[in-house]
Design a protein around this ligand. Sequence first.
Ligand SMILES: [Zn+2]
Length: 233
Amino acid sequence: MPDELLARLRRFHDDAFPAYEARFKALVDDGQHPSTLFIGCSDSRVVPYMLTGSGPGELFLVRNVAAFVPPWDGSAGHHGTSAAIEFAVLTLGVRHIIVCGHSHCGGIRALYAEPHPDAPNLNGWLALGREAVLPVADPGPEVLRRTEQRAVVLQLERLMDYPMVRERVERGELSLHGWHFIIEQGEVHVFDVHRGAFVPASKSAHAGTGPYLSHDLAPGAPGLDPCGVPSGA
Ligand SMILES: [Zn+2]
């Protein structure tokens, strides 16, 4: 049986790497200085490098089922996503954090289904999206899309519970961006906190906002309702 993975590794080394060799060597000599932490769903149809036109050294990537952010207090146990957020902000000094969900997300759809009896880790993980679920027994495409978007905003809110994130957002040193990639349209819809809705990138004046209006960030000020996006949005 031909070893397809081996063939791909050899093609990378022989065909692709030469064009990037100088870039990779510079990234070794100077270290990595990515400007952006991209937290995306593991779905194979979400393609961060294609969406952002990025190359080596530009994106610090975390991917997991449904692009969820665990709570900062560690109540989710050991978690690589939380560790990556702390590392990206404190050590790498990223200036942007993107949370990217997408259409037809199996993780979000699973929030409306029975737990899988053989997947305790997956079942526990999905709890991080539970607050985004709408009170519908048999969700159609529109409800699923709204749930996907509400889940993105929920993760942005949870990011703001990370002290190192909140401090830098309040100081204007770090921007949060909520994205929802519509696979079949090839377009990212970006969260706009001022409109309380996701807007196609083609019709947006910015690359997405965080979950709170700037005046909500003042210490002691109340935030938006849970999920930011009104349930009818
Ligand atoms: Zn997904």
